[in-house]
Design a protein around this ligand. Structure first.
Ligand code: AMP
Length: 425
């Protein structure tokens, strides 16, 4: 199928062509005609599938079909994070570059006054995070009474981030009759309930099973002792020449600490999380995109929706508590058909988290042990119990007597080797 058969205007097709897209992605093939017909949509699609264009193109087409001189907000896209708001806003501007519509992005952490000034001039499309949007609605600096299309993008993440109450408040400001499009990577019960209350006989679109991961992502587990994760990460970055590495850390503090430790080791690293100011986040992302920063250490929420083409390497420094987050994390690589690799550094205490993830994926992720970093505790087995008749209570199996914190003895590992061989576990 080509973009010619989807019913898009020459202006939109020209914009698509200038982006270099040749064929519509699966979600685009399914969603574009259906949205053009005016259907409500409930789509299961992860980031990286081309879902933004799947709703932005038909929405722009709808606006174009019914163009009027009077500017009013006709489309609202709700997204979970500032970064995603800015990316989705940019997408609308670039797909709509041959059209006369104005897009405004509204998110917190930046001056509301500038946003109000822009809104006063009139906009057709608003892309917003729920909190800041509500501020505008409460201040009456935004009128959504003539809204025609509502998009909830990454709905599951908005729920995870606790936006459900804000979203329900926002709904009260919207007209009943409108087209509703809901995009979500996963469909837990709460999303289903939201969909039932919002959508009108929706068309269900599913491009990859919500629990499956992008086919092109090569996933691998490096079992390693917790205390040696950072050392292994440094080793891989340096020895395996990893570049543009997005590393996930469960906490903001962990992200800061890891980024500064990596920097001390001579690796250009930066942290990216919600405690950073908007300008720090924008700069960190820009430096990473421009390849000035080699490693970006991010928390789940901050990294959500980051769109970086050709991101080759994602590392889970620790596994997420919520198994679905694993899918979101590895969705950062292998975007739009590119190949990518997702490496998880997993220590024995994360065994349960790993089994939950594998149950969700319905497959086992291959293990590779990096020589010199052999774990003292096996991932698949319970932590070793003290041997009977052994006076050294609680000592790890393999008996690294006195090495402390399960650290293997140097003499055991081939530390002198330039590039270690990998063994399958
Ligand atoms: P998304 O899933 O919307 O975050 O899109 C992921 C990436 O795919 C973005 O960088 C888009 O620019 C790109 N993309 C979207 N549609 C296509 C397409 N039909 N062909 C190639 N790349 C695309």
């Amino acid at each position: 199928m080509s973009f010619n058969t989807l019913g898009l205007s020459p202006e939109l097709k020209q914009a698509i062509e200038s982006k270099g897209y040749t064929d519509p992605s699966e979600i685009q093939q399914q969603a574009i005609p259906s949205i053009l017909q005016g259907n409500d949509i409930m789509a299961g699609a992860q980031t990286g599938t081309g879902k933004t264009a799947a709703f932005a193109l038909p929405i722009l087409q709808r606006l174009q079909n019914d163009e009027s001189k009077r500017r009013r907000v006709r489309t609202l896209v709700l997204v979970p994070t500032r970064e995603l708001a800015s990316q989705v806003g940019d997408s609308f501007r670039s797909y709509g570059k041959n059209l006369r519509f104005r897009t405004s992005t509204l998110y917190g952490g930046v001056s509301i006054k500038t946003q109000i000034d822009k809104l006063k001039k009139g906009v057709d499309i608003v892309v917003a995070t729920p909190g800041r949007l509500l501020d505008h609605l409460d201040k009456r600096t935004l009128d959504l009474s003539e809204l025609e299309v509502l998009v909830l993008d990454e709905a599951d993440r908005m729920l995870d981030m606790g936006f459900i109450r804000d979203i329900k408040k926002i709904f009260k400001y919207l007209p009943k009759k409108k087209q509703n499009l809901l995009f979500s990577a996963t469909f837990p019960k709460e999303i289903q309930a939201l969909a039932d209350s919002l959508l009108n006989s929706p068309k269900r679109i599913q491009v990859a099973s919500s629990n499956s991961t992008a086919d092109k992502v090569v996933q691998v587990i490096y079992p390693v002792d917790k205390s040696r994760k950072r050392e292994l990460l440094t080793y891989c970055i340096k020895e395996e020449g990893w570049f543009q590495v997005l590393v996930f850390s469960r906490t903001k503090h962990g992200a800061n600490k890891l980024a500064s430790q990596l920097s001390k080791e001579g690796i250009n690293a930066d942290a990216f999380h919600g405690n950073k100011s908007q300008s720090q986040r924008t700069r960190a992302l820009k430096d990473f995109k421009d390849s000035k920063t080699q490693v970006l250490v991010a928390t789940d929420i901050a990294a959500r929706g980051i769109d970086i083409n050709l991101l080759p390497q994602v590392v889970n420094f620790d596994l997420p508590y919520v198994p679905e987050d694993y899918i979101h994390r590895i969705g950062r690589t292998a975007r739009a058909g590119q190949e990518g690799k997702a490496v998880s550094l997993v220590s024995a205490d994360e065994h349960k988290l790993l089994s939950d993830i594998e149950r969700l994926l319905k497959k086992e992720i291959p293990r590779e042990i990096i020589q010199g970093f052999e774990p003292t505790q096996n991932l698949r087995s319970e932590p070793p119990k003290p041997k009977p008749n052994n006076r050294g209570k609680g000592r790890p199996q393999g008996g690294f007597r006195g090495a402390g914190k399960g650290k293997p003895s140097r003499s055991k590992g081939p530390w002198h080797k330039k590039r270690p061989k990998k063994n399958s576990n």
